[in-house]
Design a protein around this ligand. Structure first.
Ligand code: NAI
Length: 247
């Protein structure tokens, strides 16, 4: 019997980076995981990897910026696995532009994907947990940029700051139902979202105390802990996983 045996957890953005590593670690601890991602092929590959290691996972194609799709994902999960114990609202994008070029489309795209998706996951997720009488856990991915401003990141700063507060506010309201809401605030993680510019990546790496980009599995292990019984007294907080981010 492993720690998360019988738990059913949805991971959005599970096809890549932090989400993918989290899927691998959750399933290794016995959870059944729905890998929900826009990237269907990527999600299927992650499921194949989990199954090759005797874990349980299923893929689900979704655009998390659409509320009705998030609601359908949660209904589908319950139909498939019979229950639903947690959701990791993690899918996200970046779209870097100077503020004077931050047209409404660029602004709204990031707010829709990085912020509104978290609301949908929390809202439909918590409603389903209450309906099922499940005392579940919701984990949201924020960022160091939820508290530190960065040039070119007005949209992302706004979205991630909202995610920090949504975790706190949601936790306050949902504690009464036995539902916990927590977050992680990663530093710079070595995933495809950072792009391929090596000079830029070295600059980002230098902003951590150890001068290195952080591996996605290091965020995943904190997320897995937050889903576990050992974290039952952590609520509303967003835990930095940032190797002592320096600025
Ligand atoms: P990634 O690019 O490796 O993974 C993001 C995943 O989200 C991809 O599989 C992508 O297909 C999926 N996705 C994007 N938009 C989607 C949509 N509308 N619907 C469904 N799926 C969608 O990036 P990474 O680094 O793993 O990012 C995960 C989260 O971590 C994001 O919320 C990101 O903002 C956050 N983060 C990442 C940091 C980094 O340095 N990599 C730093 C701080 C936060």
């Amino acid at each position: 019997m492993t720690e998360l045996n019988g738990k059913v957890i949805i991971v959005t953005g599970g096809a890549s980076g932090i989400g993918k590593e989290t899927v691998k670690q959750l399933t290794a601890k016995g959870a059944s995981v729905v890998v929900a991602d826009f990237n269907e092929d990527g999600a299927k590959e992650v499921v194949a990897e989990v199954e090759a290691n005797s874990g349980i996972a299923a893929s689900y194609k979704i655009d998390v910026s659409k509320g009705e799709e998030v609601k359908a994902l949660i209904d589908w999960t319950v139909e498939k696995y019979g229950t639903f114990n947690g959701i990791f609202n993690n899918a996200g994008i970046g779209l870097v532009k100077p503020f004077l070029e931050m047209d409404p489309e660029s602004y709204h795209r990031v707010i829709d994907v990085d912020q509104h998706s978290v609301y949908y996951g929390m809202y439909y997720g918590a409603k389903k947990m209450v309906e099922l009488d499940v005392k579940g856990t919701i984990v949201n991915t924020a960022s160091i940029y939820g508290t530190a401003a960065a040039i070119g990141s007005f949209n992302y700063n706004a979205a991630k700051a909202a995610v920090v507060m949504m975790s706190k506010s949601g936790a306050l309201e949902l504690a009464h139902y036995g539902i916990r809401v927590v977050g992680v605030a990663p530093g710079f993680i070595d995933t495809p979202i950072l792009g391929n510019n090596e000079e830029m990546k070295n600059m980002l790496a230098a902003q951590h105390m150890r001068g290195k980009l952080i591996k996605p599995e290091k965020v995943a292990s904190v997320v897995v802990f937050l889903f576990s019984e050992g974290a039952s007294a952590i609520n509303g907080q967003t835990i930095p996983v940032d190797d002592g981010f320096l600025s």
